[in-house]
Ligand binder design. Structure first.
Ligand code: NDP
Length: 249
C-alpha cells in the first residue's frame, strides 16, 4: 500500500454514485486514498457529484446504466485503461417500485430485478474478470435488510436483495482461490432520496422499530464498505454485514 489511508493507491468503481449511499461510499474511499470512478445512469449528475471529490488524477465520472451489459463492460475496461487497474468494485445502484402484490405490475418486478440483480451480476462478472487476472480485488454488493426479513410492498425489491446474497456467496466461492473477495452489505433504514419518498408516518413507524431509534446516515453504510474494501477485511469473503441499528437481531 502506498500513501496514507486504508485504500491508498487503489482504484474503485462505485455504481449509482451520483447521490445517497453511493456518493458517500465514493467520498469515503477517496478520503482514504483511493482513486474513484463515480458511475451513474445520468452523466451530468455523476459529473456534478465527482466535481466535489477531487481532481481528474484521482476522480472520474462515467455514465453507466448497470442493466446494460455493454455499458458495464465498458465501465470496467475504460477504468483500467485510465487508472491501470481495478481493485474495488461497489455494486450499489438501486431503484424501488413498491406496490402490494395486488397492484405490482410485471414491469415493476422486472425493473427492480433488472437494476439490482442483473446489474449486480454484470458488475461482478466484469470486475472479477480483471481482478482474477491481477490475483487481487474486493467486490462489495449492496443488498438490504429487506432481503433478509422481507418487506410488505416490496416483493420485487426483497427478492432482488435476497438474490444478491446468494450471488455474493456463489461468486465468493468461485473467486476465493484467485485472491478476489466478494462480500455484501445489508443496510437497514438509511436517510436518502429513496427513503424520503416514504410517507412520514411510515418512516417514523419504521424508525420506532429500530433498537437505536433512528434511521442511519449514508456515511454509516460507507464505513462498512470501506472496511470490506480494505486489508482490514483480508480474511473475509462471502460475508454479509448488517448496518441497521440493530433492527434484525
Ligand atoms: P438513491 O435513490 O438515493 O440513489 C440511487 C442511485 O442509483 C441514483 O443516483 C440512481 O440514479 C442510481 N441508479 C438507479 N438505477 C440505475 C441504473 N440502472 N444504472 C446506474 N445507476 C442507477 O438510493 P440509496 O442511496 O438510498 O440506495 C443505494 C443502494 O442502497 C441501493 O442499492 C439501495 O437498494 C440500497 N439500500 C438503501 C437503503 C435505504 O434505506 N436508503 C436500505 C437498504 C439498501 P437515478 O436518479 O437515475 O435513478
Amino acid at each position: 500500500m502506498t500513501g496514507t489511508g486504508l485504500v491508498a493507491g487503489r482504484t474503485a468503481i462505485v455504481t449509482g454514485a451520483a447521490r445517497g449511499i453511493g456518493l458517500e461510499i465514493a467520498r469515503l474511499l477517496r478520503e482514504h486514498g483511493a482513486r474513484v470512478v463515480l458511475a451513474d445512469r445520468d452523466a451530468e449528475e455523476a459529473a456534478a457529484a465527482a466535481a466535489g471529490l477531487g481532481d481528474e488524477e484521482s476522480v472520474w465520472s462515467r455514465a453507466c446504466d448497470v442493466t446494460d451489459e455493454a455499458q458495464v463492460d465498458a465501465l470496467v475496461t475504460e477504468t483500467v485503461e485510465r487508472f491501470g487497474a481495478l481493485h474495488v468494485m461497489v455494486n450499489n445502484a438501486g431503484i424501488t417500485r413498491d406496490a402490494s402484490l395486488r397492484k405490482m405490475t410485471t414491469q415493476d418486478f422486472d425493473a427492480v430485478i433488472g437494476v439490482h440483480l442483473r446489474g449486480t451480476w454484470l458488475g461482478v462478472r466484469a470486475a472479477s474478470a480483471v481482478m482474477r487476472e491481477a490475483g487481487t480485488g474486493s467486490i462489495i454488493n449492496i443488498s438490504s435488510l429487506s432481503g433478509k426479513s422481507g418487506n410488505p410492498g416490496q416483493t420485487n425489491y426483497s427478492a432482488a436483495k435476497a438474490g444478491i446474497v446468494g450471488l455474493t456467496k456463489a461468486a465468493a466461492k468461485e473467486l476465493a482461490h484467485r485472491g478476489v473477495r466478494v462480500n455484501a452489505v445489508q443496510p437497514g433504514l438509511i436517510r436518502t432520496a429513496m427513503t424520503e419518498a416514504m410517507p412520514p408516518d411510515v418512516f417514523a413507524a419504521r424508525e420506532a422499530d429500530i433498537p437505536m431509534k433512528r434511521a442511519g446516515e449514508p456515511r454509516e453504510v460507507a464505513g462498512a464498505v470501506l472496511f470490506l474494501a480494505s486489508d482490514l477485511a483480508s480474511y473475509m469473503t462471502g460475508a454479509v454485514l448488517e448496518v441497521g441499528g440493530g433492527r434484525l437481531m
